[in-house]
Structures are given as C-alpha cells and as structure tokens.
Design a binder for this molecule. Structure first.
Ligand code: FAD
Length: 557
C-alpha cells in the first residue's frame, strides 16, 4: 500500500471520474463502491481517515430500536439488514453485543410496549438477529448483571445488536478502495472549487495540510461526503446556501472496567430527561454515552464539557448505585457531531430529528450526501454512486460500470478467512506465536486486524524489537506503528494513537507514555527531522489536553 506521502504524489495526475471530499465512513464507503465498479476515484480527507464523526460514534452497528417509536420502520429494516451484511463481510470489526433494557414501573414505556418493540425489531430483521431476545425478571438480571439496581424494575428484555470499531471500519473500507485502484489522500483539504464555462464544477483545489503544497484535481463528478462539514463545503459554491444539515453533539466518557463492570450494554432512561443512556462493556474499559445537544459551528474543536460529563455520571450513579463514579474515574472522553438532516419542521430536538439520509445534486453539479448512520453506510454509499453514475452517463456519456458487490466481498481483514472464522484463525495464530508473543497481544492483533495480523507477524520476524509492548500492561506493540505507516496511511502520531489504535481512549494515561517511542518509530520510517518529531509529539499532547479541558471547569464549578 502506498504511504500517505506517495498517495499525495499520485493525486491529480489524471482526471478522475469521481473526486470524493471527506474520508469518514461515507466517503470511504463511496470510494470503495465506486472503485469496485471500475470508476477512476480519488478521495481527499483534510485530516486522517475517520477524524470526524466516524471515530466518535457510539460504536454500535444496530437497527436502532428507538427509531421504532418514530415509526421509522424503513430505516430500522435497512439497518438490521446492513447489520447482517457487516457481520459477514467484517466479522473482525463487527461483533454481536448483548443489550439489556431494564423497564421500570414508573417509566415512560411499559414492559408490554418494549416487548412488542422487541418482536417488531426481530421481525424487521426477518428473525435473523444474532440471537433471539428474552425478558429477564429481577432475579435473573441480578445473576447476569449484578450491578444494576432492580428496585421498581418490572422486567429487562435482553437482546442482541452489534459493536464495532468505527475508525477501523472506515479505514478498511478505504484500504479496499485503494486496493481497487482509488487514490486515497489524507491530510488533503479541499479549499476551493473550479468551474467550467457551463458553471459546473470541474476541479478542486487541494491543500496538503502537512507540507503546505497545493494542487488542482480535475474530476468529472465531485461528491461532498463531509458529514458535519457538509454545508461548509457546499458554501464554497456560489449558489448553495440553504443548510442541509443540523449538528448535534454526542459525548462519551470512558472508565476502567473495574469501576463499572457491566457485561452487557445496559440502556436506561436518564433520570432528568428520560433520554436513553447506556453503559457499554469495552474490553478492560466501560464507556458511558451519550448526550444529544444541538451544536453550532464546526470551526474549532469539539470536546466534552463538565456538564456533559456530569450528565453521564448522574445516570450511571442512579442505575448502578453500588458503583458510584466520580469525575476522577473518567480516564478519557470523546465528542462527535451528528450530521443530521436539517428538519423541515420547526421545533424538533436533536433526538427527534430523523436519522434518514438525503442525496442532493447542487446547481454546480456537486453531489452532497448527508444524514444516515454508520450502520447504513454501505447502502448509502451505493446509492450515492448510483447517482454519480447517472450523472456520468447523462453529462459525460460515460457508461458501462460493473457491479461493486460490496455486500459480499469481505473487507481486507476478513479476506480469505477460512470457514472456521475468526476464532479458528485466532487459535491457529496463538499456536504459531506461542513462543514469541503473549496471548493478549495475539488476540488483540487478530481482533483488530483480522487475517492481516499475519502481516504484522512478518514485521516481527524481520525485527524482534517490534514485538515489544508500547505501554506496560497494554497489548499494543511496536510493530503496529510500522504497519500503520507502511500499510494503513498513518502520517502523524495522532493518526496512530487515536484512529489506528484506541490507545488514546483506553490507556489510563491516554498513551502519553508511548508518545516518544511512537514518534521515534514513525520519524525513522518517514525521515522526520528533530523539529518535526517534537512538533508531532506536542500535537498529540495537545489533543490529550483538549479532551481533558472539561476538568479545567471543575475549579470554577
Ligand atoms: P464524518 O465521519 O464526519 O466524515 C466527514 C469527513 O470530512 C471528516 O473526516 C472531515 O475531516 C472531512 N472534511 C471536512 N471538510 C473537508 C474538506 N474541505 N476537505 C477534505 N475533507 C474534509 N451511527 C451508528 O450507526 N451507530 C452508532 O452507534 C452511532 N453513534 C453515534 C454517536 C454519536 C455521538 C454521533 C455523533 C454519531 C453517531 N452515529 C452512529 C452516526 C454516525 O457516526 C455518522 O452518521 C457517521 O459517522 C457520519 O459519517 P460521515 O462520513 O458522513 O462524516
């Protein structure tokens, strides 16, 4: 795989059929679909892949049980169908997760209503949910989930949806696009569009945010897949002014598992406003989410505030009274912006706004896609490429593209996985590495990279120092840094510590102790001078500071 710098060099060499702006899940999905159909594709992302919302979601591939209340049956049907497809094409990244939904006597929803919802949910998945639901009484709930307060509880439906690593789902979609011929250029920001005599877009000016270089990329069709930035990119055009998206901020807080040892994703109504909030088991950690508040400008950084954190802790402490959490227990946070469709009706709150998506072709010919969910990205992407192919056919006379088959072709980490699945591959890898790597390291490699873990083992064969842990007690190893640079477009220390691995969120010190080592490995591979090395390390420390800014508010509280 070319590195980020090599991809930049390829960019703009020829006129592409599609230029995709934005490397979140939608941009990556569109690039994958289009490249697999045989189109010439370039994708440009202003920072790292999944830097935006697509690394800051609740990390669920789900039908969206709560959308049944909004009668969004079409969306739920589409989501549960996509859940099944993603389980098949990316079993290393999308895994069944059990959910429990305790229902209380004085709650907004009765048990019969929730149970009916469960049946409907399963019916919409054509009864192909990972496992069928059942309702637990207090005693049974205490056995499987002892920390939940069952006072006033009338029953607790247990059902299955899926969990994912959102940033890596994005990355693997982009990697597959690149394998099919797409140019994927990160740290490349579109600053301006250029138009032909007919007023239609024909090129974009792109700024390399790492080197300051600029180039013009010519394209037959341009797609705006910039999520929360959709309107900002549309506004680069003379005539697109009315907003297509509204943004809503969602915050999550991470604590060590021993502080909140849940085994299922527990969903409960928040004591203040009855919004569903959840605690999710996440390996050695648990995260709590999420808030849903309207948010204005996308300029500047999006971060948790003290009131966001207190809101989440309040809910957790109400439902898990024997595991009271304090602000000090929070080891990290993330905040993302939902790119929701701007509502046509006034007065709707962010939670009430539809999660459907919209594809619009603007007066200058730019196709914008907005709304939707991580879960439905593959289907949405295919729809966008259909619109793009129609434009290519109608306006440029280009036709005859093959099928993309993104519903059956596995993502790279599942490519060639034997019928025994990931578990068999894990066992086999544990046996091969028995003498050299400890079991937690091997299982982390297999669950993060799928079959691509074998490539990392080749790195270690060539240089055994790469088998060392980056942080004592954590499973990530030095070889992952080299692999991220050479095979996964990582170009900065933050790319590696935040998006390629989740060290930033999971380590009790947010990876600060690994910064020098990561900088040194990346610096050697990418020939950074001393100045660049210290800049990289300090940029990462700044990202950590930003995620902890809410703590500064405590003194003024
Ligand atoms: P983004 O991921 O934001 O990607 C847009 C990209 O465009 C960014 O990376 C940005 O850097 C880039 N960009 C912007 N301007 C430019 C430019 N000028 N040039 C180049 N690049 C540019 N969905 C689910 O299915 N399950 C969930 O559990 C879930 N939970 C969520 C929880 C929260 C708190 C939030 C906020 C969302 C959640 N979602 C969930 C929704 C889902 O995350 C989003 O719908 C999805 O990630 C949006 O992806 P995107 O590609 O449209 O946008």
């Amino acid at each position: 795989m070319p590195t980020q710098a090599e991809m930049w060099n390829h960019l703009g060499h020829e006129t592409v059929d599609l230029l995709i702006v934005g490397g979140g899940i939608n941009g990556a999905g569109i690039a994958r679909d289009a490249a697999r159909r045989g189109l010439k594709v370039a994708l440009v992302e202003m920072r790292d892949l999944a830097y935006g919302t697509s690394s800051r979601s609740s990390k669920m591939v789900h039908g969206g049980l709560r959308y049944l209340e909004q009668f969004a049956f079409g969306l739920v049907f589409e989501s549960v169908s996509e859940r099944r497809i993603l389980l098949n094409i990316a079993p290393h990244l999308v895994r069944p997760l059990p959910y429990i939904f305790p229902v209380f006597k004085d709650g907004k929803r009765g048990l019969w209503m929730v149970s009916l919802g469960m049946w409907l949910y399963e019916a919409l998945s054509l009864f192909r949910s990972p496992i069928r639901h059942k309702t637990l009484k207090a005693k049974a709930l205490n056995e499987v989930e002892p920390i939940v307060d069952t006072k006033g509880m009338v029953g607790a439906p247990l059902y299955y949806d899926c969990a994912t690593d959102d940033a890596r789902l994005t990355l693997e979609s982009a990697l597959d696009a690149a394998s099919a011929g797409a140019v994927v250029s990160t740290w490349s920001k579109v600053t301006k569009f250029e138009y032909g005599d007919d007023g239609r877009v024909r090129a974009a000016r792109v700024l390399n945010q790492l080197t300051g270089e600029e180039k013009v990329v010519h394209a037959k069709v341009v797609i705006n897949a910039t999520g929360p930035w959709t309107d900002k990119v549309r506004e680069l055009n003379p005539s697109e002014k009315s907003p297509m998206v509204m943004r809503s901020k969602g915050v999550h807080a991470v604590v060590q598992k021993e502080k909140l040892p849940v085994n299922h994703c527990i969903i409960c109504p928040h004591p203040d406003d009855a919004r569903g909030v959840f605690a999710v088991p996440w390996g050695d950690q648990t995260y709590i989410g999420t808030t849903d508040t309207e948010y204005g400008s996308v300029d500047g950084h999006v971060a948790a505030t003290l009131s966001d954190i207190d809101y989440l802790l309040e809910a957790s402490n109400a439902y898990f009274p024997d595991h009271q959490l304090s602000r000090d227990d929070v080891i990290s946070t993330w905040a993302g912006l939902r790119p929701l469709l701007a509502p046509e009706t006034d007065g709707l709150t962010a939670s009430q706004v539809s999660r459907e998506h919209k594809i619009e072709v603007g007066p200058e010919g730019i196709i914008s896609v907005a709304g939707g969910k991580l879960t439905t990205y593959r289907k949405m992407s295919a729809e966008v490429v259909d619109v793009a192919c129609q434009e290519l056919e109608d306006r440029q006379g280009v036709r005859g593209f093959g099928p993309a088959k993104t519903d059956v072709v596995p993502l790279p980490g599942a490519s060639g996985l034997s019928s025994g699945g990931l578990e068999a591959f894990l066992q086999q890898t544990q046996q091969t590495c028995g003498g050299t790597l400890e079991p937690d390291i091997v299982s982390n490699l297999v669950y993060v990279y799928g079959v691509r873990a074998a490539r990392i083992l080749e790195y270690i064969e060539k240089d055994t120092t790469l088998a060392q842990r980056l942080i004592e007690g954590r499973p990530e190893i030095r070889a992952q840094v080299a692999f991220a640079v050479e095979e996964e477009f990582a170009a900065t220390v933050t790319d590696f510590l935040i998006q390629r691995t989740q060290i930033f969120y999971r380590d009790s010190d947010q990876g600060l102790s690994a910064v020098d080592d990561v900088t040194s490995i990346m610096g050697d591979l990418l020939h950074w001078d001393e100045e660049r090395r210290s800049l990289e390390a300090s940029r990462y420390r700044k990202d950590v500071d930003v995620s902890r800014e809410w703590r500064l508010e405590i003194n003024n509280d």
